[in-house]
Write a protein that binds this ligand. Sequence first.
Ligand code: CMC
Length: 392
Amino acid sequence: GDVFTYDPGFTSTASCDSTITFIDGDKGELLYRGYPIDQLAEKSHFLEVCYLLLYGELPSAAELEDFESRVTNHTMVHEQMSKFFSGFRRDAHPMAIITGVMGAMSAFYHDSTDVNDPWQREVAAIRMIAKVPTISAMAYKYSIGQPFVYPKNDLDYASNFLRMCFAVPAEDYVVNPILSRAMDRIFTLHADHEQNASTSTVRLAGSSGANPFACIAAGIACLWGPAHGGANQACLEMLREIGSVENIPEYVARAKDKDDPFRLMGFGHRVYKNFDPRAKVMKESADEVLGLLGIENNETLKVAKELERIALEDPYFVEKKLYPNVDFYSGIILEAMGFPTSMFTPIFALSRTVGWISQWKEMLGDPGQKIGRPRQLYLGDTARDYTDVESR
Ligand code: CMC
């Protein structure tokens, strides 16, 4: 028969070539189009990073202005979309809503179905980046029973999102610039991460020529799991459950116990066998934001830092090269901003949309592109004859 390699979990299979993101897991290095993530997090901002991921180069001032205005002009969603939200249970998880609504967008943009047209691919990418904050904020508002807040396009991307989440109609809402900067940095740190599970899902879905909104919905669905994007929610819930530093050893012991399914959330990574460079920036940002907000004595942050210290000295974590990942500190910042844990993974999805769509565009622009079609190692029965129900 056919000869192929067996690689469950794709731990050693490259599924594509790409020029977008580079990770050196041993060094703990992450580059977007060659630029180190810490430099981008410090000096750039999210829409500039979006441009970089999509087009391969940092924009000139004029290019950036044009890109920002194109994104800004697409932030509204069709008024009919609001009907989709009201079909969900009032307490639905925002990830469930966003998965459904993003998929439904494929019905609003039939022109995007023409994935062979580079112009349509370009328009789909802009629409997606522009609308995903609006959809995510609507999912949040719906889940807490508040009216939707429309985008306000004289605000920057992060401020607009915060306003759509936290403004209430009868009151003035002024975006705190500290929070807006921290929000923008969280978007940047999550923007892309090469061929992780959700990105591979988007590529696989897109490889059949499916509508891009449907492909991104598939990526959002994949991201939801606690081994992937859902870890940020799970991590903060774990830190709260630990509650205070005295309880840490008990949880560390549980994480090491092979008979206990408990894992330290926000720890470990398939590719990083060293510090996740995003976690380093996130930790600094958590200190900065909580300090500026005057809540640096936050108990959760104390538990997180002590847990990190203990785990990094423990032979189990040292031998297995388990370090804090991007999800370890992000939740502390998001909580300080006022987000409930159910919004943590939607914010990851919002940020990662640019990565997914950049990877999708790269794939479809490749003349050698083929439908993704993994093989399997069949372990079932060999051919046998059907038996009638009476004789079974
Ligand atoms: N706590 C305790 N033990 C762990 C942990 C952890 N967080 N992560 C891995 N291990 C152990 C695991 O039990 C295994 O031990 P052994 O070799 O004795 O069986 C070994 O380390 C290797 O783990 P693995 O599950 O084979 O590694 P993987 O590459 O398949 O999984 C991972 C990577 C991220 C799913 C895993 O480390 C994990 O479940 N971490 C917790 C969830 C998490 O934080 N996920 C976010 C990842 S980063 C952002 C994102 O991708 O969304």
